[in-house]
Design a binder for this molecule. Structure first.
Ligand SMILES: NC(=O)c1ccc[n+]([C@@H]2O[C@H](COP(=O)([O-])OP(=O)(O)OC[C@H]3O[C@@H](n4cnc5c(N)ncnc54)[C@H](OP(=O)(O)O)[C@@H]3O)[C@@H](O)[C@H]2O)c1
Length: 332
């Protein structure tokens, strides 16, 4: 496993990390979740990503139990706040009240005194940015959070936050967590250039496009049994990308992966890691063998010719519009 700096900070993260959205506390049983975490640790993954909202807070509990007994200093644990964790108007968003309450819940569920990275899971238009950033800064001073970042923020939103942090002397953001894959490149035009200049990294989610880039979803055929597309929760998220044009073109990537001696999943993860602004690719997995497959993308170099072949195959299905980075106008 290779490691990269998180933004301009001194923190190192494993360039492949393990995330438990959809899976822990939902799609897979506790034993399978623990086996995936064990496989991740055995393969050298040290960075784990979760969120207060995943599986209605159960995902953090499962991860906390799965990591119990592992030397805390050998791990980087990331979580997030914003999406609803209860039915009340204050159980959501980035207010001082919700952030303060949510981090305490996350620490309890994860069975740890601090998280390495705390991320604003979306931009909250209903809370002054100063209030959020001051609260994040307070958590850093209290030692509950070591570094702060955001997820799915636009370049303008990140720039505003950095300006306020610099004016007020608050701890600076070190990372953004966007969706990024061969198929979804909306950060490249604006977010990545800003972050490169300002010393923030991307920690990217769904690098395998939720399983689509493995090539296991075949055009015109029902999804494979047990895959995310057949899961009641996951199915809703992945269905947007299951069109025949996407699936057909993804099949055409198979010879490129085969020529390189890579599996399709490895090619997909290696592709995002070619971007030097990416600190880590967060992979999900329902089975330990998927983790063992995906980690082999660490250290793989893809040359310009391969990158061009991939672009030629995918053609117009690649999404590049920076306007697709959006947070809800009203809190959910
Ligand atoms: N910040 C955000 O808003 C946000 C949003 C989404 C995700 N995330 C983070 O990113 C993490 C990863 O997201 P993701 O789970 O969508 O990532 P992904 O790695 O693109 O997809 C993971 C899923 O693909 C399938 N898969 C993975 N490797 C495979 C392999 N080698 N062979 C066959 N199938 C394979 C598995 O699903 P099946 O076995 O069920 O098919 C697995 O659960 C999340 O856990 C979370 O930490 C963040």
């Amino acid at each position: 496993m290779e490691f990269r700096h998180l933004g301009r900070s001194g923190l190192m993260v494993s360039e492949i990390s393990y995330g438990n959205w959809i899976t822990h506390g939902s799609q897979v049983e506790e034993d399978a979740a623990k086996e995936c975490v064990k496989a991740a640790l055995d393969e050298g993954i040290t960075t784990f990503d979760t969120a207060d909202v995943y599986a209605g807070t159960k995902a953090e509990e499962v991860l906390g139990r799965a990591l119990k007994g592992v030397r805390r200093e050998s791990l980087e644990i990331f979580t997030k706040v914003y999406w609803p964790t209860g039915s009340g108007p204050n159980d959501r968003g980035l207010s001082r009240k919700h952030i303060t309450e949510s981090i305490n819940g996350s620490l309890r569920r994860l069975q740890t005194d601090y998280v390495d990275l705390y991320q604003a899971h979306r931009f909250d238009y209903e809370t002054p940015l100063e209030e959020t950033l001051k609260t994040f800064d307070d958590l850093v001073r209290q030692g509950k959070v070591l570094y702060v970042g955001v997820s799915e923020w636009t370049a303008d939103q990140i720039a505003q936050a950095l300006k306020i942090a610099d004016q007020m002397g608050f701890d600076r953001l070190v990372s953004n967590q966007p969706q990024y894959s061969m198929l979804w490149r909306v950060i490249e035009a604006e977010v990545v250039p800003l972050c490169q200049n300002e010393g923030l990294s991307q920690i990217v989610w769904s690098p395998i496009a939720q399983g689509i880039l493995t090539g296991k979803y075949l055009p015109g055929q029902p999804p494979p049994a047990g895959s995310r597309a057949t899961d009641p929760t996951g199915g809703g998220f992945i269905s947007r990308m299951l069109g025949n044009d996407v699936l057909t073109r993804v099949q055409d990537l198979k010879p490129i992966a085969a020529d390189l001696g890579l599996t399709m999943a490895q090619l997909a993860v290696a592709w995002v890691l070619q971007n030097p602004n990416v600190a880590s690719a967060i992979v999900g997995a329902t089975k330990p063998e998927q983790v063992r497959d995906n980690v082999k993308a660490s250290g793989v170099k893809l040359d310009a010719e391969v990158m061009k072949k991939i672009d030629d195959v995918l053609g117009p299905i690649v999404e590049r519009d920076p306007a697709k980075t959006v947070s809800p106008e009203k809190r959910p």
